[in-house]
Write a protein that binds this ligand. Structure first.
Ligand code: TRH
Length: 405
């Protein structure tokens, strides 16, 4: 049985836990996905009836994979995975062994493949036991569209325990580790969109009040606003008003007090701002699919926003010395987005020399641009989804490098 240990330290927010959880599920499911996409000749070995089981080791039975996720903040993960009990140091959820970080020091036998997320530094006692047990050690890096990532992806570095640790960079090109995406995601998205009741059901689940629902029924823009505390929300509202649009903005979590007016139930208010409850990660995509325009942030919601194929504005995680400005520009340079949308994203992130957010937004929402924006998101999706996903590339990488220690 192939075994994986994934290590995650939560620095802040939700992205660290969110990405590691998604990666754990993808690695666990990957063997099954590979069987589902085998060429027809191999599929001939499949059982005629789905209930029939095959002996293990045949072409159609996925090799079992064991995935352990060590994480230092179970409470944070429980926000994304409500089945999880943060008081338990060890538990088996959705096929994954979720283990409290401190337990790692007591593990006698590390897994064959160890993935350290974002250079989180493994517990020393654990890393000392890796030689002889672990065949491959990978450091999963942050997502970036910068050019140097193509060169650095896959490089090894010697570690104090004698093993080599390989850098694995997610990215937007064939020379990187790619992006997390489930093979059935597009089918799920299309099925969801083809059932009109799903949108109403979503609004009910989010406890959206009748005034806001009526606004949406009358053609108001449905906007998801998932950003950081310093997101320029007032400018967003002004920009929508400037172009004469109505909107309902859904904001996960509490709203800033300064925007009280838009939180009221006055129907004549063109832009309504509503706090919505946090949903499980599994349901997060429906928030994106159900909107006309998505504001996303960090890393994981950015990628989900790409797969949703809706006009999207990204708030990048800010870094010291404005390093995130370079990262944002690299991301925009590899995108097929219209220039006015790139300008809006730079303005939204406070890059110098940009027009005010409300002005940039009003331009991006002009009917012609909005149409181009929508088309460019679809084209971008088609280009990116034509490449293998991150878990597939990671497992290929493991197959190539295993044993090279
Ligand atoms: O939370 P983020 O800002 O995460 C980060 C962190 O700042 C982290 O330290 C940094 O390493 C990383 O960015 C680059 O944004 P992100 O990455 O989009 O993660 C949010 C997760 O929350 C994502 O998995 C989606 C999930 N989510 C839900 O599951 N339900 C919800 O209702 C919402 C709003 C989000």
């Amino acid at each position: 049985m192939q075994s994986f240990d994934i290590f995650c330290r939560v620095i802040d927010n939700l992205g660290d836990a969110g990405i590691c959880w998604r990666l754990s599920l993808h690695i666990k499911a990957q063997a099954t996905w590979q069987v589902a996409t085998l060429p027809e000749s191999a599929a001939l070995c499949s059982p005629a009836h789905p209930h029939e089981t095959l002996p293990s080791g045949t072409a159609s039975s996925p090799p079992p994979v064991k995935v352990r996720l060590f994480i230092d903040d179970l409470h944070r993960l429980a926000l994304l995975v409500p089945d999880l009990d943060p008081s338990k140091a060890n538990q088996h959820i959705q096929g994954i062994d979720v283990v409290q970080w401190h337990e790692a020091s007591r593990i006698e036998q590390p897994s064959e493949i160890v993935i350290e997320a974002f250079g989180c530094d493994l517990p020393e006692a654990f890393s000392l036991r890796m030689p002889g047990s672990t065949r491959l050690w990978i450091n999963l890096e942050y997502l970036s569209a910068e050019d140097w990532v193509n060169e650095w992806h896959g490089l090894p570095s010697i570690q104090p325990n004698g093993l080599r640790k390989f850098f694995f960079f997610p990215g937007f090109t064939a020379r990187t580790g790619g992006l997390l995406r489930e093979p059935d995601l597009e089918t799920r998205r299309k099925n969801w969109l083809h059932t009109p009741e799903n949108h109403q059901r979503l609004l009910r689940t989010l406890n959206l009040d009748p005034v806001a629902r009526c606004h949406l029924d009358e053609g108001a823009l449905h906007i998801l606003l998932f950003g950081y505390r310093d997101a320029p929300v007032q400018e967003l509202i002004t920009g929508i008003q400037k172009c004469g649009r109505k909107a309902v903005i859904l904001h996960p979590g509490p709203l800033p007090d300064t925007l009280k007016y838009h939180q009221g139930s006055r129907h004549e208010c063109a832009v309504l701002l509503r706090s919505i409850p946090f949903v499980a990660q599994h349901d997060f995509d429906t928030l994106l699919w159900g909107s006309h325009l998505n504001f996303v942030r960090g890393e994981d919601s950015l990628v989900r926003g790409l797969w949703a194929q809706r006009p999207m504005v990204w708030q990048i995680y800010s870094q010291p010395e404005q390093a995130h400005h370079i990262k944002l520009n690299a991301f925009l340079a590899c995108s097929p987005l219209p220039e006015s949308v790139k300008t809006l994203m730079r303005a939204w992130n406070g890059l110098p020399g940009q027009p005010a957010v409300d002005t940039a937004l009003a331009q991006a929402l002009a009917p012609d641009t909005l149409g181009n924006w929508q088309r460019s998101m679809h084209d971008w999706y088609t280009r990116l989804a034509g490449e293998p996903d991150l878990a597939t590339r990671l497992l290929e990488f493991c197959a190539q490098k295993s044993g090279t220690g």
